[in-house]
Design a protein around this ligand. Sequence first.
Ligand SMILES: [Cu+2]
Length: 483
Amino acid sequence: MTHRPLMTRRSALTGLGAALLAAPAILRPRPALAALTGRPFAQPDLFEGVQTGGRRVFDLAVAPGRHEFLAGVETETIGINTGFLGPILSVRSGDPLRMNVANRLAEPMTLHWHGMHLPAAADGGPHQEIAPGATWFPEWDLRQKAGTFWFHGHQHHKTAAHVWAGMAGVIRVSDDEEEALPLPRTHGVDDFTLILQDRRFDAAGQMPYAPDMHDRMAGMLGDVMLVNGQSEPVLETDTPRIRLRLLNGANGTFYRLHFADGRAFHQIASDGGLLAAPVPLADLTLAPGERAELILDLADGAATQLLAEAWGAEVQMMGSAGIRTVMDIRPRRALPAAPALPERLAELPPIPERTGETRRFKLAMSGMGMMGDFLINDAQYDHGRIDFSVPLGTVETWIWQNTTPMIHPIHIHDVQFRIVKRNGQPPAPHEAGLKDTVIVNPGEQVSLRLAFTDYADPVLPYMYHCHILEHEDAGMMGQFTVV
Ligand SMILES: [Cu+2]
């Protein structure tokens, strides 16, 4: 097993070309830039905020940062309260929240709470722009089940560049239902958060966001695999069972996750919280924006590796970009096996009956030549156009049809929805829970059921869009109000 991230042929050529261009007049042998591997696994700190004025308040400062991805190189980044990415916000279902988001960048930005059910004014989409030097302070009461959510930049036309630089973090929600279950939940002991991304570096070890035409089509893939900003760290464990909270925080890379020794695992949660029952799996594909929580048994004491086969939106034409090592997992010793997982995890209510509209969304590309546009219902995103309004209190069916040769993960703000049908069939068990991002493969038709409750606003919209950030920035996005 190689201990270095795989390079695709294309990126290897690009890197070589860049290195030649950058070569000084007198050629001196220089060690190639190498990813810094083998460090102890690290994850962002848990941040519980402070109780002020009856709310749990989080101070978040978004600022230019630096981070050592490559041995001996300081790479310029964006960080939130730290050099790269942000803290894990630890919150509890029912918490009254306030976020103080300070923009310390030299350009406007937004911060979106991905997966959260909240008022449109607090959503952090493209309409909640924060000027340089300004602070935005949304408030809402947390109406989520326990689960793993996240936050990231959502500035119009700049989402991809901002997330690439590091503007993202995780939100960890707890509740009574989850805490009543015998599951690992001690942060850093048997419960680990993994932000999965990949990045591409130039000859100077920097990671400028400079997508070429191919990147704009396929999504910006990197050749260096990262988990929490580290390459192939080593996680040493001392418990018979661990929980992995996974976020695909990549711009455009899909990951098929599996273990080097082929061992099976259980998925216990999807985007919006616990599944009804643990689902045994040998591998799991996560699209950009999706989350999953896994349970991995390690009582046998055998070391393994978490691997990710990576691909872009055009995998059916280009194939995968190879298998990368995410991290090494090394139990310190064999242990007595953990007790069986609970047979039931959560009471998932039946999918609600439709009481309102059925809406159809056609994903398409125009101009199959050099500069294809990405379209929803034949239109690109228009910041001044509300595409439709949903009456508050109704339950709708949204049917997504993908007429392109690429995969598109569709994300809808404000709601945790349910998948009713994928190509006429009920969803697989691991897709049958609460979702806010759903893969729509080429040629597929995916039918969703969405309940719009609690929050209406006559003016401010929510977004729906492809979560390949290059596609989103290219206009594969729309907006709706709840009224
Ligand atoms: Cu897309």
